[in-house]
Design a protein around this ligand. Sequence first.
Ligand SMILES: [Zn+2]
Length: 321
Amino acid sequence: MLNTPRQVLPGAWQITLPLPFELSSVNVYLVRLRDGWLLIDCGLGAEESFESLRSQSASLGVPLEAITEILLTHTHPDHVGQARRLLELTGARLSISRDELEQLLRLAGSDRSPVWLDRTLHQAGVPPELVTRIEVSFDKIRRNFQELTPDRILEAGDVMETAAGPLEVILTPGHSPGHVCLYSSEHRALFSGDHILETITPNIGWLPERDALGEFLSSMDRVTPREISRLLPGHGLPFTGHREWIVATRRHHDERCGQIVTSLRGGPRTAHELVGDLWARPLAPFHHRFAVFEVMAHLEYLRRLGRVKLEGDRGFDLWRV
Ligand SMILES: [Zn+2]
């Protein structure tokens, strides 16, 4: 895939890297520092991705060794997979939020998915045979989760000084537990990671002891008042209109909640059964897993609002209104 870097701010370039998924590419950003370069996100751990980053950076006159800072918006495989290799190559300092680090460490260093993930799928009513197929479908992805040691834990309000002006850390949990966006008030720009994507609704998946959807909605509230004329997302081209996007995305989740409640009015259901109600066609195991976790995030949100109830005493979770 032949991509060329796109200048998005004075001193900042978007670099699009290939992905072997339906979602065909991911963006990382190179931002000039007074001394060195900041890389926002890293791409998937794959040779094609590495070579693409190397050649596109070189075309800007930036050898990878010139990268002195790496910041991760979150630790999904397409953003974190190449981090360890780049950190070893460059000796760059790593910045990441605490919740993302903890999530990464929960997933890193194992050939199998963690026990809690399998248990969660069984508890959601997914048949054992399908759990096994889901497990297999994640085999290659899992290698992207490698232990990392950060030099700095990102907190809300932290500021990074760059040649593109100061970038402020906004904590935006939801799509992942410690997702961060970076805001430039000087340029009215937001490096939005996967929190705001133009044509894709960010996947909101259930997480243990969290209200992922509730957190995502609150994170949108945190971004709404900012003046933003340029969104620099983790996937797709720069775009504008964050307030309209937030209204539409909120409506999408309201509708999904409404569909779930309507389904449950017909009788108790597992999350696995609800996926069958909500998606017209059967999903491949890889996508079924995301759908189950998405439904669970909505159920947990509705449970906290008192709109649905959980019966978990039969070896799997049965939801009802
Ligand atoms: Zn993501």
